[in-house]
Design a protein around this ligand. Structure first.
Ligand code: FBP
Length: 549
């Protein structure tokens, strides 16, 4: 396969490891743990994997000789930069345990385990993918592993290949599945360990012990480069308002990080919208007020960042979506049989009057999207909803009103962008290349320690990689009970933007200045070679969070 000059240069990059993982490793167990909420329910659902202790790794002065181990690996959910380095770290880690260890990759996500589709990942294959973006080494998928048949089908192939550990690289839903699978295999003495790795560009799989999910750093740097480029174009032509939707289907971490990096005129944070119980019209009015204030200074241009998941955080919309979710879960077959043109009316006819009115008031395209295409975890596919267009259309109407009232006298020409898929397969930044490699290598150490139901954890991430701390966190510790597809289920609690957190506070303290004045910052493209302050800075979110500790 033809390679670019950068690919060739990056292929030789040796990711850094925390010092504890550079030689023989010893696992040290901490105190027993509790789930973040609903302790009794979670304990009852995970009788053999609940309450396990945290683990951290130290250098081992009395190493033992390891045995060969066969390991399976699965990439699950949306792509995130660095996935290939998790796999190469895992490969190098199990080879370090014993050179006869073998790694098998299940094809196209968890579905590959159930359908017995796999390849053996040998050294030449791994070498092709070191430090590259994408998940194409084995592909990814969103199949939900949730029932006994799937677990048993998976076990057949694991036994056939003599695999005694599976590593699932995924987001909150996939790691929830990892915990369920770990419990099932342990409770039934199947002899298969299950380890999770925290992946998602959305940055919403984090807590005190998992500081960030991988991919967030690179994806936000890619989006910030593009936002900066647009800001510069916008400030040159001075004639457009750019509405940019950013991926992140629930939490607004991506939008917030990009705002901190680029200082746009407006950035909506969904969690604030929800906390302030705002309506869609209030959000629109807020943007229109900024447009009018800038126009009064002769600036008929600007930039607005919109988080992808906004719709679901507007309280009236959230209640509407929850009712649609329950309705579709209960009447899936009936809904599927309705023809496309009649689906909107079918939904209106089956909703409570209050929600039917909100639903009917939405533009047809948005309304239809809310009722179509749930992913296998029951999530609305917010990346398909054109919130940036919805907002700019409504802002335009509001400005017309303001003009009629004499409160606005300017020009409003909107442009629309959606930055999502552009960032998910970028070549990992130095931070993600190192972090991912360490997560994978660390997963091998967890396997060697004989544990199951743990997530690979690498911490102290604002320090140089050698000072990072490695270990494992019981996945049940991150769980609570939430309503999914109309039923209460144990799931990993999503980390939303905290309005009392340092990154949001920093943003909130500066946004009025950014709104009126033009304070754009142009981060430029990710750099891999050069001074550390240009190449190795972790995200601002991570830096502000650490400073506040
Ligand atoms: P994960 O949570 O699986 O990491 O995926 C996140 C994400 O990139 C969201 O930001 C986005 O809404 C979604 O995936 C898009 O999914 P798809 O790739 O299926 O279109």
């Amino acid at each position: 396969m033809k390679k670019s000059a950068l690919q060739k240069a990056r292929a030789t990059y040796q990711p850094k490891l925390p010092i504890a993982l550079t030689g023989p490793v010893k696992a040290v167990a901490g105190k027993p743990t509790q789930s973040v909420a609903n302790q009794e329910e979670i304990k009852a659902l995970f009788p053999t994997t609940y309450g396990l202790p945290e683990i951290h790794f130290e250098k081992n002065t009395a190493p033992t000789i390891g045995k060969p181990v066969n390991v399976g690996v699965i990439l699950s959910g949306g792509q995130a930069p660095g996935g290939h380095n998790v796999i190469s770290g895992l490969f190098d880690g199990i080879k370090k345990i014993h050179r006869d260890s073998r790694l098998f990759g299940f094809i196209m996500g968890p579905g590959g385990l159930v359908a017995h589709k796999y390849i053996e990942l040998t050294a030449p294959i791994i070498d092709e993918y070191r430090n590259t973006g994408g998940f194409d080494i084995i592909g990814s998928g969103r199949t939900k592993l949730e029932n006994k048949d799937q677990f048993d089908k998976g076990l057949q192939i694991l036994k056939e290949l003599n695999i005694s550990a599976v590593v699932i690289i995924g987001g909150d839903d996939s790691n929830t599945n990892a915990a369920v699978l770990a419990e099932y295999y342990k409770a039934n003495n199947c002899g298969v360990q299950v380890i999770g790795c925290p992946k998602t560009i959305d940055g919403d799989l984090k807590n005190d012990l998992i500081e960030t999910s991988f991919g967030f750093d690179t994806a936000t740097k890619v989006y910030s480069e593009m936002i900066g480029n647009i800001e510069r174009d916008c400030n040159s032509a001075k004639k457009y308002w750019h509405f940019m939707k950013l991926m992140g289907r629930s939490a607004s971490h991506i939008a917030l990080e990009c705002a901190l990096q680029t200082q746009p005129n407006v950035c909506i944070i969904s969690e604030e919208v929800e906390a302030k119980n705002m309506t869609l019209q209030q959000i629109v009015n807020q943007i229109a007020d900024v447009v009018a204030a800038r126009a009064a200074e002769g600036n008929n241009f600007g930039t607005v960042l919109v988080p992808e998941g906004l719709i679901e955080f507007i309280p009236a919309m959230k209640a509407l979506i929850a009712e649609i979710n329950d309705l579709l879960a209960a009447k899936a077959d009936e809904f599927a049989a309705v023809d496309k043109d009649s689906k909107r009316q079918w939904v209106i006819d089956h909703l409570s009057p209050e929600h039917a009115a909100t639903y009917a008031s939405l533009p047809a395209g948005v309304a239809l999207q809310l009722s179509l295409d749930r992913d296998p975890h029951g999530n609305v596919q917010v990346s398909l909803i054109e919130t940036e267009k919805l907002l700019s259309e409504m802002v335009g109407k509001r400005l017309d009103q303001m003009k009629a009232e004499g409160a606005y006298n300017g020009k409003f020409s909107p442009q629309h962008h959606f930055f999502g898929y552009e960032g998910r397969c970028a070549a990992p930044s130095n931070f993600d290349a190192d972090y991912c490699y360490a997560l994978g290598f660390n997963a091998a150490c967890l396997i060697n320690a004989g544990v199951t139901g743990y997530m690979s954890s690498v911490r102290n991430l604002v320090k140089p990689a050698v000072q990072w701390q490695a270990g494992g966190i019981p996945i049940t510790m991150m769980m609570n009970m939430e309503r999914r597809n109309g039923e209460m289920k144990p799931v990993i609690q999503k980390a939303l933007v905290r309005l009392d957190g340092a990154p949001f506070e920093k943003f909130a303290s500066q946004r009025d200045d950014w709104a009126l004045n033009t304070c754009y910052v142009y981060p430029g493209p990710i750099q891999y070679f050069g001074p550390a302050e240009v190449c190795d800075q972790p995200s601002l979110t991570l830096q502000y969070e650490h400073k506040s500790k």
